[in-house]
Design a protein around this ligand. Structure first.
Ligand SMILES: [Mg+2]
Length: 391
């Protein structure tokens, strides 16, 4: 039997004790200590989040601060610093965007990623999840729990159940076996009230829910009853909805020493173009407008753009446009230079090329080089290509 429907690959990423971890990262004195984010323990507020060291004392999110203080008077109580958390969240999203533009943020520290379209480029959903987890640790110093499944409900369940520092895949084959013994409270949308109502009816596990007739569930819970019926079977068809369209992909660099040599600029523009092209291909995007940004040593900034007839994502095309825009810009020493591509549209892997055969083979070559770079690192090919262009 052939499988007709294309299965989704969903990753749910959830940072562990996010606010507290960011605070501990920014102040080494807080490391390995019970840290409670929420504010003054004598105030009437509640705990926003707390470090795992604080959790050992029974402190939990949403607990009154006074209660947290009673449990652990020597904990360090801090007011939340959202600008700090937003910054960390942005960094985390940058990593996500390397793998897919389909990101649905749930909160600052939690998001769904649909990587179905990225599998051709990156291998398996598991390898993407592993890479994201490693990069968040290495690049941001934070731990993220990763849940993987073919829909949002199961992906979130997987990360919740593997926390902290978790990594869990719920496979389709073993999904019912996995779900059945779980408490009803694990079902998406079942809060304390609904859980209590179910337990009063002696419905304690997901299996208990599954064995109920659909009509009984609908009589008990109205339209949510139908959802319960589906969720108990691991069925969830909600798509990952990215709230913002990616409008552009760009790279820029600020020089330690202002640049005055044209060939040096050209070289940097090439490297930036390769980076941008690579990111576009990774996320299966292409763009029509190439923009060059130049900031001089007096901080005056200019931007120049060129719109192509056909959207592109090949390094050569981006570079040749950017290099064209670079002409006559070196009127003063340059402090920063940037290349970006706007006017983005999706480009799937197997989309027919609108270019002639020449472009087709360039595109194949680029893809081959992407594979080498995935394997051996960014530097492996870029340098050789720079030399090529010089010739
Ligand atoms: Mg979290």
């Amino acid at each position: 039997m052939t499988q007709v429907t294309k299965l989704s690959s969903i990753i749910h990423c959830d940072m562990d004790a996010f606010y507290a971890s960011v605070e501990q990262l920014s102040n080494p004195e807080l490391q390995d200590k019970p840290v409670v984010i929420g504010g003054n323990p004598k105030s009437r507020g509640v705990v926003a989040t707390c470090s795992y060291e604080a959790r050992k004392f029974g402190i939990r999110s949403a607990m009154p601060l006074a209660e947290a203080f009673r449990r652990c008077p020597h904990a360090i109580f801090l007011p939340p610093d959202f600008s700090k958390y937003k910054k960390a969240s942005k960094e985390m999203h940058k990593i996500f965007y390397d793998y897919t533009p389909l990101i649905e943020p749930i909160s600052l520290d939690e998001a769904f990623l649909d990587v179905t379209g990225s599998l051709n480029l990156f291998g398996t959903v598991e390898s993407i999840g592993t890479e994201i987890k490693q990069r968040v640790k290495q690049e941001l110093g934070l731990t993220v729990s990763v849940g993987i499944a073919h829909n949002k409900f199961l992906a979130k369940l997987a990360s919740d159940m593997s926390k902290p520092d978790g990594f869990l895949v719920i496979s389709r084959e073993r999904l019912q076996e996995f779900l059945d013994p779980l408490d009803v409270g694990r079902i998406w949308g079942v809060g304390q009230k609904t859980a209590q109502r179910l337990k009063n009816l002696n419905i304690r596990t997901i299996r208990d829910v599954r064995l109920l007739d659909k009509r009984i569930l609908e009589n008990l819970f109205g339209s949510y009853g139908h959802q319960l019926y589906l969720l108990a079977r691991g069925i969830d068809n909600r798509p990952v909805e990215s709230d913002r369209q990616v409008k552009s992909v760009g790279r820029e660099i600020t020089f330690a020493v202002d640049i005055t040599a044209y060939d040096q600029l050209e070289r940097v523009v090439m490297e930036l173009s390769v980076d941008v092209g690579r990111h576009l291909r990774r996320t299966q995007m292409q763009g029509k407008t190439v923009t060059l940004k130049v900031k001089y040593n007096d901080f005056k900034t200019i931007t120049r753009s060129k719109t192509l007839d056909i959207a592109a994502n090949l390094d050569e095309i981006i570079y040749s446009e950017a290099r064209g825009l670079l002409e006559n810009t070196l009127t003063k020493p340059i402090r920063l230079i940037g290349v970006s591509v706007h006017n983005l549209t999706e480009k799937s892997d197997n989309q027919l090329s609108l270019f002639g055969e020449g472009e087709e083979s360039k595109s194949k070559l680029t893809r081959a080089m992407d594979i080498v770079r995935d394997k051996f690192g960014e530097e492996s090919i870029t340098r050789a290509r720079l030399l090529d262009v010089k010739d």
